[in-house]
Design a protein around this ligand. Sequence first.
Ligand code: ADP
Ligand code: MG
Length: 623
Amino acid sequence: MIGFIKLLSRNRLSLAGLVVIILVIFTALITPILPISDPDVIDTKNRFKTPFTTDALLGTDHLGRDLMSRLLWGTRLSLAVGFCAACIAALIGSALGIIAGFYASRVDNIIMRGIDMLMAFPYILLALAIVAALGPGLFNALIAVAIVNIPFFARNIRGVTLGITHKEYIDAARLSGMTDTRIIITEVLPNVFPVIVIAMSTTVGWMILETAGLSFLGLGSQPPQADLGSMLGEARAALITSPYTSVVPGAMILIIVMAINLLGDGIRDALDPRLKSGVLSSPRPRTLVANYNEAKNLDRSELLSVSKLRTQFHIGKQNYKAVDGVSIYAKKGACLGIIGESGSGKSVTALSIMGLVSSPPGIITGGYVNYKGSNLIHTNDQELQSLRGNKISYVFQDPLSSLHPLYTVQKQLEEAIKAHQPVSQEEVYQRSIELLKSVRIPNPEQRAKDYPHQLSGGMRQRVNIAMALANDPEIIIADEPTTALDVTVQAQILSLFRELTRERGLAIIFITHDFGVVSQICDEVAVMYAGKIVEYGPSEMILNHPAHPYTSRLIGCVPELGKGKRELASIDGLPPMVDRLGHGCAFAPRCEKTISECLNNDIKLKNINANTQVRCLKPEIHL
Ligand code: ADP
Ligand code: MG
């Protein structure tokens, strides 16, 4: 609850709405015990007294009744009717929606066609017709308003339910022998409940307005009973001579409906799980960069180098140092591996290169990225955009979610090409088929017409690689491209990458958490731990003679085939949280060789031979 209020309070307006609505409801609740006069007592001597002139604070109406008292009692009634109508509509509408969505086929057809029939009438006309049939009166107005709002709930909830009923956990519940009723109550309802609350919070306002509308027309509350709509209706005749009689109930309706709508917006944002983790704003086109500039005299002959890169996530008071001073070099025709446990900052390093870390909360606070003499951290947006997917391209871990589900493979490839090259339709088609061939997709003309879901996992990843190759890149950054694939497909994809480096002279930055993969394709490897590089050098050297205890422990975790049985090593403990890193070596708590110096001082990355650097006070010395 406190968390919810916190989320809500990020949206100032909805917090204001909440405060106002609480005040209004509180006043409505205590109205019976307030020392105010009877709202229905007629006193024709004192008709149309203006506000603040007599005992009646807000003046009197055409029958001399105290407007203040009528307003308070009227608000109480209008709120009650509005909330009741919303609850009834939500209850019946959601129940119909859940049943229609859950049982689908014929049940769905019958219910939804009924709902469609309701929706075929303009709803205020329908409400009028219902009240006309039932007879005027507040209760009938309530029923009418509830009925016309049922379709809104039924349609919304049916849609959500339909999406849920095919999920695996519902199948699992069925297999475990649960009855339909139980599945609906324990599995479906909790999932659709937030949607019901959101729909209610946004419709209560309408319902109050609609009831007021019916009362205004004389079909809702009957004299002498006051509700906001009937007060407005009665004041209509005196609108010109005594405007305050209309303004008083009108302003109250405005305040209530505005407050409820603002609050409804806030509730929707706070309950939406996608917005829960992030700030309520869309990410920028590139990562924020703190105010600094360290890049001087960049070397034009270098293809791509990253220097002392620092990327942090600022969330509330927390400061997550995801990447803390990382330097790496990509060379033409070579593959650089970045390896480390999950959460060590590999992806953030890779994404920072092209400003793809989402901001907020991400921010680059130090370092530079040298691409042939220009610093990508501080270039302008156009230059960065012209490089993205062109000279530097990415391949991500999940091949399915990186492809658009509604476009064919060919269309997506063509889009990737056209983004950077002005070529004719015929040419772009030929290019896309060639690309599919180059990543060894059999029968490319046919496969090009397929949608992503029609391809196998390995095939999808090849399409992603083909897209990355679309504009003859110089560098491909591959973020765990084979983690979601099985070992045989992984081997094929790896050999494809190897060929690309050899034949096209591509530079590849290959992120992985698997030393097996490193041994197969990487020329050099950087081992990352808690946002820092702890060992960096030629992969053969590091695989055979790891110098950092973390590296050797990681290598120890790789099973070896054909070497007989041995106990598989694992590293106890977990990587540290990057928001509370102290001084000293971050690996020290999990290391066997820790000495007191490891804990106190920042440890520098030191060369232990010409090519290899290690961040350790007691490295196993290389030859
Ligand atoms: P990996 O090495 O598994 O690719 P990442 O680079 O994705 O790890 O993450 C590095 C660290 O940054 C992790 O501790 C993670 O919690 C943090 N992090 C990543 N993305 C975000 C984000 N959007 N908000 C907050 N922290 C993040
Ligand atoms: Mg990652």
